[in-house]
Write a protein that binds this ligand. Structure first.
Ligand SMILES: *Cc1c(COP(=O)(O)O)cnc(C)c1O
Length: 393
């Protein structure tokens, strides 16, 4: 059996063989295309703010790339989720199923709608929601009343289900769709991490009633800050666009607003960056896949640890490359984090489970054994496309 010290040394060695001798960060953006050109066009035209041709262009490009009928750009991915939940009909005191193993934004967005996150377990194969376990749980703990799924214990409606495609890897969408159908629950995908990831040839974020993307600085492409809502539903798309535009009724000069809206539009300068970044997405995805292959050969004979590989019938964007410690080597997590970070190789553990965070600790949840185990064994390693495209020389 490998001792902790040997394992840590082997991990550092394997990482060094791929990333070289310099200091490397977890994920950094790169701007190799038309960013400056398009930004200058914004400044020259004075259209830097909430309307402009790049907003329309970016939305059209996103729709075309993902295959969604509509893409609505917004200020960030969290706002995208909030609006998606709102137009889907999530109301105060509804429960919304979300994985405990996700970034806090997923649960925050539920709370912004005064709804209640209800945490569900994940599976190791996809790092997303464990659909077999969720189906069993719903069968035992809910009943159907007037076409709605009721939580037997709380009496509240379970309105929606938000899977998240962890580190870019598609969740079991077939299982999720059938749960949504069988239990009358609305499916909304948090695809913040999975731009460029496909499940059976269809883009993630286009399976649910709505899906959301993020273009934060650490994501596969960035607009500085930004997000988008994807949907094939014309009515929901129109409502989402209306809500993020202060719910203003179209008129040449009158200010008339027919509901409480939001100022969540993506500015034209951010969309300009988005257009330029989207042009480079294929190159970034190719680099990330190549990086995965390099890590794969490097970690091939490191025992006690597995490099996460895209699930079957999926094409992942490999946003964040992931090592998973075997059960019996999980004691090594902190030592590996300590050694890699102190030698200039930035690595990070998975998020603290959301139900363990103070603001979320009293919400309903199922048993979370897999999520708890995973969160103690995941290590994200340097994943920038620049590691392949040459930024680190
Ligand atoms: C990045 C991210 C979001 C949205 O983040 P913003 O910073 O608001 O764009 C939401 N959910 C998950 C899982 C994320 O990783």
């Amino acid at each position: 059996m490998t001792t902790p010290k040997t394992l840590t040394k082997e991990v550092v060695g394997a990482l060094r063989s791929v990333v070289g001798t310099n200091s490397v960060v977890l994920h950094e953006p790169s701007f190799e295309g038309n960013e400056l050109l398009y930004l200058k066009e914004c400044l020259d035209s004075t259209f830097v703010s909430s309307v402009g041709k790049f907003v329309d262009q970016f939305e059209a490009d996103l729709a075309s790339y993902t295959g969604a009928k509509h893409a609505i750009s917004v200020v960030n991915g969290t706002a995208a989720l909030q609006i998606a939940l709102k137009v889907a009909g999530v109301r105060a005191n509804d429960e919304v199923l979300t994985p405990a193993l996700t970034f806090v934004a997923t649960a925050n967005a539920v709370s912004y709608c005064s709804a209640i996150p209800h945490f569900v377990d994940s599976e190791e194969y996809t790092m997303g929601i464990d659909t077999l376990k969720l189906r069993e749980y719903l069968r035992e703990n809910t009943s159907q009343r007037a076409g709605q799924c009721i939580n037997n214990e709380t009496g509240r409606v379970i309105r929606a289900l938000i899977p998240m495609h962890t580190f870019g890897h598609p969740s079991d969408l077939e299982g999720l769709l059938s749960i949504a159908f069988d239990f009358n629950i609305i499916l909304i995908e948090d695809a913040a991490e999975s731009l460029g990831s496909f499940y059976q040839e269809k883009h993630t974020g286009t399976f649910g009633l709505l899906g959301t993307l993020s273009f934060n600085g650490n994501k596969t492409i960035t607009t500085g800050g930004g997000g988008a809502i994807l949907t094939n539903n014309d009515v929901l798309a129109r409502h989402a666009k209306h809500l993020i535009t202060t719910a203003k009724l179209p008129h040449a000069w009158e200010y008339r607003h027919d509901e409480i809206g939001y100022n969540y539009r993506m500015p034209n300068i951010n969309a300009a960056m988005g257009c330029a970044q989207l042009e480079q997405l294929p190159a970034k995805l190719a680099a990330k896949r190549e990086l995965f292959l390099r890590y794969q050969s490097a970690f091939d004979d490191v025992e006690g640890i597995t490099l996460f590989k895209e699930p079957k019938n999926c094409r992942s964007n490999y946003w964040l490359q992931t090592l998973i410690l075997d059960q019996d080597t999980s004691d090594n997590l902190n030592q590996i984090l300590e050694s890699t970070n102190s030698t200039g190789i930035m690595t990070r553990p998975a998020w603290t489970l959301i139900n363990e965070l103070a603001p979320f600790k009293d919400f309903p949840r199922m048993d979370l054994v897999n999520a708890r185990s995973l969160s103690g064994r995941i290590i994200n390693i340097p994943s920038s496309p620049g590691l392949v495209l040459g930024r680190y020389g």
